[in-house]
Each structure stands twice: as C-alpha cells, then as structure tokens.
Design a protein around this ligand. Structure first.
Ligand code: AMP
Ligand code: ZN
Length: 489
C-alpha cells in the first residue's frame, strides 16, 4: 500500500492517539465484546458493531491477515454489572416459559440478522461463553493459585483490593480507587465478599438455577467478566493487538478483564483498547432499560412513535458513519433523511463513473483525493472525513460528466477504483436497488438480442466483447442450436 501516512489509533489505555504497529508483522488480532443474547439487539448495539466492522474492513483492505473474535454472551451475565441480581437469561426464560437456551438461540439468530442487514462482515471466530466453561474454570483456578481470588461457600471472588496494592486497577477508567471504594457502599447482596469492589469469577448456583455446571467449587456458573478473558486468551494469546467494545464497558467489564488477565497471565492483554461512543436519543444513551431504544426492524419499517417513516439499512449505516466512532451520535429523523439523500448522491456518482469519456490527458489531479481518503482513515478511522472527501469526488465526477474537466483513461481507471473501493469495500455500503430475478432475465434478453444482431452483421468483435464483459461479472453465456442461454455465477 503506497501511503504517506501510517494508521493512528486512539488508545483508551494510554489516553493518546498512537501509531499502530502490529505485534506480529502482517497480522492483527482483535477481540470485541459481543452481545448478551437475552433480548433483541437495538440500534445502539448495532452502532458499536458497525464501527468495529469499519475497523475490521480497513485492516483487511490494508492487507493484514486479521483474526477478529467477537463473542456471544449466552450465560453468566447478571442484571447488575457487579454480579448482583437475577440471571438475565433465566429471568427472560421464566417470563416466556421457555428453556434458557431457546432464548439464547432466538436472540443470536436475531443479532446475526440485524448485522447482516447492515452489511457487516462476520467475525473470524464467534465463541460462546457456554462453549468455554472449562477454559473459564481453568483461568479461575490459576487466579486463585496466584493469590488474587478466594472462594467462599461455592462462589469465587476476585480480590480487587489485594490486586490494587501491586497494580493499577483503574488504569483504563482513570477513576480514583478511594473514591470508587467510598461510592460503592453496598456489597450488592453478596455479604460474604471481603471487599466492596470484589467481583465474582464463579457463582454458586441456587438449586432452581437452570444453566449450571460442575466445578472444583461445586455446581455453579461463570461470572460475566471471566468469559472474555478466557476466550481472548484462547484464540488470540495472552497479548494481542486490539480489544474493543462500547465506552460503557470501560469502568467495570474491561477494567475487570484487565485485572483477570494480569492475575492469570501476568500480562495486560491488549496493546490498544478501543471504545465506541454511544448512540443517543435526545441526548440520552439509547438503552433497553431507559425505554428509549428501538429495534432495527422498527427503523426499517418506520413502525415506532419516534420515527416519521422507515429508513433503509444502508441509509442508517451511512448515518452512523457520518459521525466519528468516538463521538456520540444523536438519532433524529432529519439526520436520517439527510443521510438518505447523501447516500443516493454517492451511489449515483459511482454509477456515472462508468459512462465518463476519457481523453488523452487529465485536467484534474486525482492523486490528491486518494491521499486525502487514506489520510482520513489513518486518522483513527475518521469516516466523516472520508465521506466529506468522497463528496469532493462527486463534484469532480459531475464536472467530468458535464465536460468541464477532462480525465485520461489511466486516471479514470484509478479514480474509479479508489472511489468505489472506499464506498463499497471500506465503508461497506452496498446499493439497495434490489433487481429482481425477472428484471435480470429481461435485461439479458435485451443484451442477447443485441449480440445476435451483431453476429448477424458479422460484427464478431462486438459479439465477443459482450460475451467477455458478461463473463467478467460472472455471467456465462452459451450458444447452442436453440439459441443462447446464460447462467449467473
Ligand atoms: P450488551 O448486549 O448490552 O452487552 O451490549 C453490546 C454492545 O453494545 C456493548 O459493546 C455495548 O457497549 C454496546 N452498546 C450498548 N448500548 C449502546 C448505545 N446506546 N450506543 C452504542 N453502543 C451501545
Ligand atoms: Zn467482554
């Protein structure tokens, strides 16, 4: 990749923007905390995963071999972040009178469906918490051996105060430990724990609990935080390049993950900690508990009181990319309608590119635009800036179309490649003009008619060109006695 700038990433761990250097040349290991599959994913969740999709896509574009691990939390996530309250799955299962694993299955499928609407690439590995109970038990055992956890009556707690004596427990959040201790008054109903900030690695199951496993400490289930430490270590090693999630995970979940990893592996797991900011509605975080969330399907259909109409998945994806991933993004109908228009302009411009005539030389500088696009992505994945530059590209395309500027064949080729690569491959936008199969049939009929007329005039150059160009887009045509047939790959 011939670029003048290197990729810079804002690192929550150091609170600085740093140049990205992979641990192993050519490879990137990235772990992103996945959803808790006890209810439908809302648009806020989708924003976080679309943000990491852009990051994943850009690394792939730069030629890295990426192992992207995004887990599914299907056990162990209690209602409170401090492991208090009911099991989220059991509560939902009881409410709906189904097995907890039915809940897990239903909402995992829903999550995948939602993300595929938004055209996100699937991760390389999608491990589940229930599939890694053994690894979580092993890690808990090691943490006890290393002196940073203790068992009381079948439950194992991480000893935060002991850990904090030799390590910076709040390194990620920068919160003051004493203040944190003073503000954490209750023991969250877990009277047996030694310290207020101690959190559970393994939780004793009550007899009525459905999702439970045997362990050295009796029958129970893992705490929420240990699953990510266990699965990231298993698939990416004790030290890897990037760990990500939403900003709301910084103070508890990611803080505890770092402590667990250090206590077990003697290593802070990720070189870069990346956090996406929240999708808000009237300035408030979108969340299920606040009752201001809506589901992607409601957004697509417009069937919600906050929505003036339905919006297509790509318009919504584009709306998300118009804000930097570290800024909040406030939902509004006006912003979505503006996004719809903007996206149409980009797609139209991309279509126009194939009809532009080239000249012997260019009156425009296309390398500047290419440089600017890479510079924007290299500045901590600055998608709003990328979009602004693509709109400059649109202006240029219009000038070329009107004949007010000229472009050489070579420049046109390179400009088309750059424009489309950023629009489709890196930003992951795709045209939603869903041409039905019938329309394809009709179109092919027209094309094959023109070809047979060319053959009839003995214009074999044209007829061969039609065949070759169709082949290059995956449509194979065959001439036989009855006429010509085609097959779409
Ligand atoms: P959960 O299913 O609650 O574990 O959340 C899954 C992911 O979505 C986490 O990384 C959260 O940080 C993220 N998330 C939750 N609410 C929002 C929001 N309003 N905007 C952006 N990300 C969110
Ligand atoms: Zn996690």
């Amino acid at each position: 990749m011939d670029m003048n700038t290197t990729l810079k990433i804002y690192n929550t761990l150091t609170k600085r923007t740093e140049s990205f250097e992979p641990i192993t040349k050519g490879y990137v290991g990235m772990y992103v905390c996945g959803p808790t599959v006890y209810s439908n994913a809302h648009l806020g969740n989708a924003r976080t995963y679309v943000s990491f999709d852009i990051i994943y896509r850009y690394f792939l574009h730069l030629g890295y071999k990426v192992r992207y691990v995004r887990n599914i939390t299907d056990a162990g996530h209690l209602e409170g972040d401090q492991d208090e309250g009911d099991d989220k799955f059991a509560k939902r299962a009881k409410l709906e009178q189904v097995e907890p694993m039915e809940i897990v299955q239903r909402y995992t499928v829903d999550f995948h469906e939602v993300l595929s609407h938004f055209n996100t690439l699937p991760p390389s590995i999608e491990p589940t918490a229930t599939g890694h109970i053994i690894e979580q038990i092993e890690m808990t055992k090691k943490i006890i051996e290393n002196g940073f956890a203790y068992e009381i009556d079948g439950t194992v707690y991480f000893d935060v105060e002991k850990f904090a004596k030799t390590h910076n427990y709040t390194i990620l959040s920068n919160r003051n430990l004493d203040e944190l201790l003073n503000n954490t008054r209750s023991l969250g109903g877990q009277d047996e724990k030694k310290g207020r900030l101690d959190f559970a690695l393994w939780i004793k199951a009550k007899p009525e609990h459905l999702m439970k496993w045997p362990s050295p400490w009796g029958v129970g289930f893992p705490g929420w935080h240990i699953e990510c430490s266990a699965m990231s270590t298993k698939y990416l090693g004790a030290e890897f390049d990037i760990h990500g999630g939403g900003m709301d995970l910084i103070p508890t979940h990611h803080t505890n993950e770092i402590a667990q990893n250090i206590a077990c592996n003697h290593a802070q797991p990720a070189k870069f900690w990346m956090h996406t900011n929240m999708l808000t509605v009237n300035g408030q975080k979108m969340s299920k508990s606040l009752g201001n969330s809506f589901l992607p399907n409601e957004l697509f259909s417009g069937n919600h009181e906050l929505l003036e109409k339905g919006y297509s998945p790509m318009a919504v994806r584009f709306f998300m990319l118009q804000a930097h991933y570290r800024s909040t993004l406030d939902f509004s109908n006006e912003a979505l309608q503006a996004a719809e228009k903007g996206l149409t302009r980009l797609f139209n411009a991309s279509n126009k590119l194939s009809n532009i005539n080239f000249h012997s030389s260019s009156t425009v500088q296309i390398n500047d635009l290419r440089e600017k696009l890479y510079e924007a992505m290299n500045e901590d994945f600055n998608t709003p800036m990328v979009i602004a530059h693509l709109f400059e590209g649109v202006k240029l395309i219009n000038l070329l179309e009107e004949g007010k500027e000229k472009i050489s064949a070579q420049d046109l080729d390179s400009f088309t490649k750059t424009f489309n690569t950023f629009l489709f491959e890196i930003l992951g936008l795709k045209s939603e003009q869903t041409g039905s199969a019938e329309k394809i049939d009709e179109l092919m009929e027209i094309i094959l008619q023109i070809r047979s007329e060319a053959k009839a005039r003995k214009d074999f150059t044209s007829s061969d060109e039609i065949r070759e160009r169709l082949k290059s887009i995956g449509i194979e045509i065959k001439d036989n006695k009855e006429g010509t047939t085609f097959q779409v790959a």
